[in-house]
Design a protein around this ligand. Structure first.
Ligand SMILES: [Zn+2]
Length: 249
């Protein structure tokens, strides 16, 4: 999926990283949900043990595993603990790379859900640079996943193409031309425990203001703006929670 090596055997890759399941009881079953504009699949399974054959062993055990290794403690603390801490530029870089990599895997893993697929160029760039992609904005919000919120999924992923764009008149024609030639904007929401990532990617050239999330609920981590103190001031529950965030995608 990333390297396009010929003759490489594909290995089973965990959609959600394997180390996440070690945070939970072995027998714990959970509800998995994948949705798009026209599909909504829900199934039961062991939490965080869904696997797909999408990447070769070289990628899976190499650079992808390295990303997991250096980001695990940060994701765990964002998603499953309530300790407040500063979130530095380097932390944000690591988490961004993990989020972008995970979204690209999930997009393929949930392939066939709806008509949308992230263009190959995003995969190639991430594979070549192993650095956060500047054209994939990432922001994160704080979700209060308390004991009383049993109807809320532990993890969820949603992705779709953005079909309407606001533009200045002078750039609107340029934009329309690029979009007619296959350029697009996509948006995804990935929720994991107490953290929710809002991601907006585009391969349109030029200055484009995309997907500004509510700044009280979401802090942008890519491109980098400033250090963040976590948790954020307001949880997303203040604006209606995950459902409202997804509706606003
Ligand atoms: Zn590979």
């Amino acid at each position: 999926m990333f390297c396009h090596r010929e003759g490489q055997k594909l290995t089973l890759e965990h959609i959600y990283p394997d180390w996440l399941s070690s945070l939970f009881n072995k027998g714990l079953k959970g509800t998995n949900e994948v949705s798009s504009d026209n599909v909504n699949r829900v199934w039961q399974g062991r939490v965080f043990q869904e696997k797909v054959k999408l990447v070769c062993g070289h990628c899976n055990n190499g650079w992808m595993s390295a990303i997991e290794g250096e980001t695990k403690h940060l994701i765990t603390s964002l998603a499953f603990t309530h300790d407040g801490h500063a979130f530095s530029k380097e932390d944000q870089r690591k988490v961004t790379l993990w989020v972008q990599k995970t979204i690209l895997v999930m997009n393929k893993a949930t392939g066939g859900v709806g008509d949308f697929d992230i263009p190959i160029g995003f995969y190639e760039r991430l594979y070549q640079t192993k650095q956060p992609l500047s054209n994939v904005m990432v922001s994160m919000g704080w979700r209060m996943l308390a004991n009383g919120s049993k109807d809320q999924p532990l993890a969820s992923f949603e992705i779709k193409q953005v079909n309407t764009v606001q533009a200045e008149k002078k750039s609107a024609d340029m934009l329309r031309m690029q979009m007619e030639n296959g350029a697009l904007i996509w948006t995804a929401v990935l929720a994991l425990g107490n953290v929710v990532f809002h991601v907006v990617g585009t391969n349109i050239n030029g200055d484009l203001e995309v997907g500004s999330s509510d700044p009280r609920m979401f802090s942008q981590i890519n491109p980098f703006v400033e250090s963040i103190s976590w948790p954020l001031e307001w949880p997303i529950e203040a604006v209606g929670g995950l459902d409202a965030v997804r509706k606003a995608m």
